[in-house]
Design a protein around this ligand. Structure first.
Ligand code: PGA
Length: 263
């Protein structure tokens, strides 16, 4: 990743990834963005904010054209674990780079639930993204059973282990890596993890990245799961947090704007 782009992304205090999932068609995505264009630009011009929109795959190209000349970044919602070949229906990280993506979500619980994404496959996707100079946004999180049994860190450890193994043999240090802690029981449910729980997970994650990976890697830590304007105050008070992965609330511009603007 070009060093000026990397510095720009790393120096931002707060990253807001709007994960539109498959909620909008191409036309709906483009009209949502153009309807709120001026206000999106205002949000992105504030020095501390990094705004990234993750539309569905077919919208990446037309949205990229609308984002040209703005400070708003483009993100994909998933990618293939190979760069090229006979893989019907897959999207190559190389194409994501060409279309203008700076970020790509991998390991989202909605993808994991389909049973296609193993922890090993997610680690390979991460490696392909790093070699393509796209920032991986690796989603990790426990389900409600794990949470109720106090097994959160065990679950995260098993999700991260192949990624840490892969990073030991990787030398693409110039692209930052984002870990998005998203408890599965909090996604789209209206339930938010408590600040104490998030803080303890983030402290553990920070310690794991220091002990398990080269200090040359640059990390950011996000939280995702039912973030709304009404609960973002307590979440923003968590000092170790670098930003949010926002699903439902990113589909309502006023709600999204309130979350970004909350101080
Ligand atoms: P939510 O989704 O904000 O609607 O809970 C978050 C996510 O799935 O990334």
């Amino acid at each position: 990743m070009h060093s000026s782009k990397r510095e720009y992304i790393m120096e931002k205090n707060y990253t807001y990834l709007a994960n539109w999932k498959m909620n909008f068609t191409i036309e709906e995505s483009l009209s949502f963005f153009s309807d709120h264009y001026d206000n999106f630009i205002l949000l992105s011009k504030k020095a501390e904010n990094l705004i990234t929109i993750c539309p569905s795959a077919e919208t990446l190209h037309p949205l990229a054209q609308m984002l040209q000349g703005t400070n708003i970044e483009l993100g994909a919602q998933d990618c293939s674990d190979v760069l090229k070949g006979p893989f019907t229906g897959q999207v190559s990280p190389l194409s994501l780079k060409q279309v203008g993506c700076s970020f790509c979500i991998i390991g989202h619980s909605e993808q994991r639930a389909l049973g296609v994404d193993t922890n090993e496959r997610i680690a390979t996707k991460c490696s392909m993204l790093l070699s393509s100079e796209i920032i991986p946004v690796i989603c990790i999180g426990e389900n409600s059973d794990d949470y109720n049994q106090g097994l959160t860190l065990e679950k995260l450890k098993s999700q991260l282990s192949p990624i840490f193994d892969m990073l030991k043999n990787n030398t693409h240090f110039s692209t930052p890596i984002v870990l998005a802690y998203e408890p599965v029981w909090a996604i789209g449910t209206g339930k938010v993890a408590t600040p104490d729980h998030i803080e303890s997970v983030l402290a553990w994650l920070a310690q794991q990245t220091v002990t398990q990976t080269s200090s040359s890697y640059k990390w950011k830590f996000l939280y995702g799961g039912s973030i709304k304007a009404s609960n973002c105050a307590t979440l923003k008070a968590i000092p170790q947090l670098d930003g949010f992965l926002i699903g439902g609330a990113s589909l309502d511009f006023e709600e999204f704007e309130k979350i970004v603007n909350y101080r």
